[in-house]
Design a protein around this ligand. Structure first.
Ligand code: NAP
Length: 334
C-alpha cells in the first residue's frame, strides 16, 4: 500500500522532504501540500501532481492524506500536530515539537487520550550511521559503563538573526535528544558556561557556549556549541567508557596528500553531513507506519528535550546549575 503524505510548510526543509519522499522513500508519495505562500505552494503542488490546500487543517482532514509532515514555521507546529492527533493520523513534526514544554505536554496528553503513539519528532541524529554504531558499542557491554562524553556542534557561520538562546533551541536541541538516547538515561542537571566570545560573532550572539549535562547515573557530558567556527560543519562525540574510548569519526571522505600536506575534507553544512540520516529517517518512518509498529523519537522525547532546553536557558541566565525533575514516563511511551 502506498501511503499518501500531506506536507504542511513548503519552505527549505519542506521541499527537501517532499523530494526525499517522492524520490527516495519506498511506499509513500506526497499527495497534498499547504503553505501560507499560496503561489509558490500551488506551483509546487502542480509540479509534483499533488493537491494544494489553503489551510493545514483542511489538508489534515482530507481523505487524500493518510499521514502528515509538519515543516512549517516553529510556532505553528503544535496546532497542526494536535489536529493530526484529533484525526487519528500519524504525524512527523520537524523540531521543535512545540514552542515550550507546556505546548509539548499538551501534545503528550492528547496522544495519551487518543490511546496510541502517532507523533514522531524530527530528531534525525538517531538515524545517523555513526550514532547508531556508537549506541550499539556503548551498550554491547564490551567496554564497561560510559563515564564521560565530550561533544561539539560546530557550524561555519551564523547570520545576524541567530541570537544567544538559539544556540540551545536551534542547535544543541539535536544533541539534547541524541545524547540522552545514546546513553539511555535522562538528564538530572544542566549548567552553561559562556567562554571568551569570538570576534566573528555579533552583538546579540554569545558564541561559543559550553553546555554541561549530568545524567541520572552521574555520566558527565560536555557539549561545545560554536556556530561561527569558520572551518566547516563539525560534529564530535567521544564517549569515555571504563575500558575504552569510542567516538564518531568524520563521514567518509577521500584523503589527499599534495603540496607537502595530508588532509581530508570537513562537511560544509548540516545538509551534507546528515543527508543519509534524513533519508533513512523517512524510510524507517514509512516502514513503521506500514507495519503499525512505531519506533521513532516520540512526543515524550520532544517534551523532555523541551524541558532540558528551558533548564539550559535558566542556567545561562542565572549562571547556576539547574536540576531537572522529570515525571515518570507514561506507559504509552515505554
Ligand atoms: P522556512 O524555509 O522558513 O519554511 C517554513 C515554511 O512554512 C515557509 O514557507 C513559511 O512561510 C511557512 N509557514 C509559516 N506559517 C505557516 C502556517 N501557519 N501554515 C503553513 N505554512 C506556514 O523554514 P525551514 O528552514 O524549512 O524550517 C521549517 C521547520 O523545520 C522549522 O521548524 C525548523 O526548525 C525545522 N528544521 C529542522 C531541521 C532538522 O535538522 N531537523 C533543519 C532545518 C529546519 P513564510 O516564509 O511566509 O513564513
Amino acid at each position: 500500500m502506498e501511503i499518501k503524505v500531506g506536507v504542511i510548510g513548503t519552505g527549505a526543509i519542506g521541499i527537501e522532504h517532499i523530494h526525499r519522499i517522492n524520490g527516495k522513500t519506498q511506499g509513500a508519495r506526497v499527495t497534498a501540500v499547504s503553505d501560507i505562500n499560496v503561489d509558490a505552494a500551488t506551483a509546487l503542488a502542480k509540479s509534483i501532481d499533488a493537491e494544494f490546500f489553503a489551510t493545514g487543517e483542511a489538508l489534515i482532514a482530507s481523505d487524500q492524506v493518510d499521514v502528515v509532515v509538519v515543516t512549517s514555521w516553529d510556532p505553528t507546529h503544535e496546532q497542526y500536530v494536535l489536529e493530526a492527533i484529533k484525526h487519528g493520523k500519524y504525524v512527523f513534526c520537524e523540531k521543535p515539537l512545540a514552542m515550550d514544554s507546556d505546548g509539548c505536554r499538551r501534545i503528550v496528553d492528547a496522544e495519551i487520550a487518543y490511546g496510541k503513539k502517532l507523533v514522531q519528532v524530527g530528531f534525525m541524529r538517531r538515524y545517523d550511521r555513526g550514532y547508531i554504531e556508537l549506541k550499539e558499542a556503548i551498550h554491547s557491554g564490551k567496554y564497561g559503563e560510559p563515564l564521560m562524553l565530550h561533544c561539539a556542534h560546530r557550524n561555519p557561520s551564523a547570520d545576524e538573526n541567530y541570537t544567544t538562546p538559539m544556540a540551545i533551541s536551534n542547535t544543541a536541541i539535536h544533541e539534547i535528544d541524541a545524547l540522552r538516547w545514546l546513553v539511555e538515561e535522562d538528564y538530572a542537571s544542566v549548567q552553561l558556561l559562556l567562554p571568551k566570545k569570538t570576534r566573528n560573532s555579533h552583538k546579540d550572539l554569545h558564541d561559543p557556549q559550553l553546555l554541561i549535562f549530568e545524567t541520572t547515573s552521574g555520566i558527565t557530558i560536555d557539549l561545545e556549541v560554536f556556530v561561527n567556527c569558520r572551518f566547516g560543519y563539525d560534529i564530535k562525540c567521544d564517549v569515555v567508557c571504563e575500558e575504552a574510548e569510542i567516538g564518531l569519526t568524520d563521514p567518509t571522505y577521500i584523503r589527499t596528500k599534495a603540496e607537502e600536506r595530508n588532509y581530508t575534507a570537513i562537511s560544509p553544512d548540516w545538509q551534507t553531513r546528515f543527508l543519509e540520516a534524513y533519508d533513512y529517517e523517512f524510510q524507517i518512518w514509512v516502514q513503521a507506519i506500514q507495519e503499525d509498529k512505531f519506533t521513532g523519537p516520540t512526543a515524550w522525547d520532544g517534551y523532555t528535550a523541551s524541558i532540558t532546553m528551558m533548564a539550559l536557558h535558566e542556567a545561562r541566565e542565572t549562571g547556576k546549575k539547574v536540576n531537572i525533575a522529570l515525571e515518570t514516563c507514561p506507559d504509552i511511551y515505554l
